[in-house]
Design a binder for this molecule. Structure first.
Ligand SMILES: [Zn+2]
Length: 182
């Protein structure tokens, strides 16, 4: 997938989520400044997507893990502003992460943070306004991801790890339902 975004630099999950947490705890102003090659870029720490990714860096649908953030600009952004986008890798392909509306906007879902969950763009596009389509292969890869997370000790906090586990359990339920139908 190509995203038509200009990349300024790469940052770790912790760097970006800590930046957001500082604002959430009232320890920092909304505006953060990042310098790349002597140019300063203003980033909005309060952006909702960082809150969504703080809860989980795992795609709710396929289990793909967000691995790093890129500081990027959209074609319409002012030259002095930038934002962080979360990315994961599927084989060698770089996949953008999005915040997905749990209740779709077209069905009256709100833009409140409680109505968002983490989803990779691939799944978000496949889902569109429909119910999630989950295949047994998705479950298998999600389980493998869960094991890898456990082995690597990647879970940021027990809370976010538990949320990831719940998501994976939900996926298993979906597969069982599909099996029942067949
Ligand atoms: Zn996905």
């Amino acid at each position: 997938m190509s995203y038509n975004l200009k990349t300024l630099g790469q940052f770790s999950i912790d760097q970006v989520l800590d930046m957001h947490a500082e604002w959430e705890m009232g320890a920092a102003d909304k505006k953060a400044t990042f310098c790349i090659e002597n140019l300063a870029y203003e980033v909005n720490r309060s952006s909702q997507r960082y809150g969504v990714f703080s809860a989980s860096i795992l795609c709710f649908a396929c289990g793909l893990v967000g691995e790093y953030f890129l500081l990027q600009q959209s074609p319409n952004d002012s030259p002095k502003k930038a934002h962080f986008n979360l990315y994961g890798k599927l084989f060698d392909e770089e996949i953008l992460f999005t915040k997905d509306h749990i209740m779709p906007k077209s069905k009256g879902g709100s833009d409140n943070i409680l109505n968002y969950r983490t989803m990779c763009l691939r799944c978000n596009m496949a889902k569109a306004d429909n119910e999630l389509l989950v295949t047994p292969l998705d479950i298998l890869s999600a389980r493998q991801v869960k094991e890898q997370l456990k082995l690597a000790g990647i879970a940021r906090t027990n809370t976010s790890y538990n949320k990831m586990s719940n998501q994976l359990d939900w996926l298993v339920d979906q597969v069982n339902k599909i099996r029942d139908i067949k």
